[in-house]
Design a protein around this ligand. Structure first.
Ligand code: NDP
Length: 324
């Protein structure tokens, strides 16, 4: 039986539960394709799966996106052939091979490398749907983006700017602030030392922002509610600092706020949705409308290091695990 290397967990916990193991290579069937991975994207959700913040059935191979070469196709597959270079969303991605539903694979345009494709996909789709579907950013809007130098933060900043918004980013240090500015943030607030709500009010003449994109969660949720203007929107899309505690919806009446907690998976559930948004994303990349400002690369066997960096707020931009 063919085997492959993978990063698997047998229990939830710290980075010590990440094991670099030999597993059977998956067999391809039906509408699936078997991809030999070249690059795998690391996302915060991988940390939630490892720690158990999001429960999964064990043993579990982490990871939800990758890019590589199609090795085998199932009997029902018509859109792909062995040798195609693809980027995809699937489960079990921290591995040499991943079984991918063909509905959620996309041929990589010729001028884009595996690493770039994997670095863009999941966070790019998240941010593109956040600025077009969760709240449609309008020209002239004031947009507050927490953790603006993170993987999602840098893309959200670029996309909001592209749509004509004034971006106010928050970061935890000056080096991250510089990067957020490079991505297009007009203002950057250090949210560990400055009063974000006061600063936002100074910038917006006391009105607050039209929309807040909050992927930090527990530590920033109250700030997000306070920084939004009357009739504004708060999009809470993640929990890097922990889950937002239970909340009384009557509080939204203070300013007639809209509050949403979107998940990418519910925007790209069907083949049509995934293909549409992925094509739009890769069009933006090819037109040089968005770029990767920072990508940190580790070997698959060094996944522990990648998790440690991401969790300890030491990273900017995207983290990738490389295989070749
Ligand atoms: P990031 O690269 O943004 O890393 C997280 C950043 O959050 C850190 O760099 C740090 O920036 C900030 N942060 C603040 N407090 C903490 C803390 N206690 N621990 C760790 N980080 C903290 O990660 P991603 O771009 O991968 O993800 C960003 C968010 O988006 C996550 O919450 C993730 O779950 C969410 N997400 C949601 C999706 C969805 O479908 N809803 C899909 C993809 C991502 P700083 O040092 O500047 O504070």
């Amino acid at each position: 039986m063919a085997t492959m290397k993978a990063i698997q967990i047998q229990r939830h916990g710290g980075t010590e539960v990440l094991e670099y193991v030999d597993l059977p290579r998956p067999e391809v069937t039906g509408n699936k394709i078997l991809v030999k991975n070249h690059a795998i994207g690391v996302n915060f959700i991988d940390i939630y799966h490892r720690t158990g913040l999001y429960k999964v059935s064990l043993p579990f191979i982490l990871g939800h996106e990758g890019a590589g070469v199609v090795e085998f196709i199932g009997e029902g597959v018509t859109d792909f052939a062995p040798g195609d270079q693809v980027v995809y969303m699937a489960s079990d991605c921290y591995a040499e091979y991943t079984l991918v539903p063909s509905s959620h694979a996309f041929k990589i345009p010729a001028n884009i490398k595996f690493k770039e494709a994997a670095a863009f996909l999941l966070q790019g789709l998240t941010c593109w749907t956040l600025v077009t579907q969760s709240y449609a950013v309008q020209k002239g809007d004031y947009v507050l983006i927490h953790a603006a130098a993170g993987g999602c933060g840098l893309l959200l900043t670029q996309l909001s700017k592209l749509l004509g918004a004034h971006v106010i980013g928050t970061t935890s240090n000056a080096q991250k602030a510089e990067l957020a500015k490079k991505a297009g943030a007009e203002y950057v607030i250090n949210y560990t030392t400055e009063n974000v709500v006061e600063k936002v009010n100074e910038i917006t003449n006391g009105l607050g922002v039209h929309v807040v994109y909050d992927g930090v969660g527990k530590d920033t949720f109250e700030v997000s509610l306070a920084a939004a203007r009357r009739l504004g929107t708060v999009i809470s899309f993640g929990n890097a600092s922990g889950l937002v505690p239970p909340f009384t919806i009557a509080r939204l009446a203070d300013k007639n706020l809209r509050l949403m907690r979107p998940s990418l998976m519910n925007y790209v559930t069907t083949k049509e949705e995934f293909q549409k948004y992925t094509k739009e994303l890769f069009d933006l990349i090819q037109e040089n409308k968005i770029s990767l400002l920072n990508v940190q690369v580790h070997k698959l066997s060094d996944a522990k290091k990648a998790h440690e960096y991401l969790e300890s707020r030491k990273t900017t931009g995207k983290l990738i695990l490389e295989l070749v």
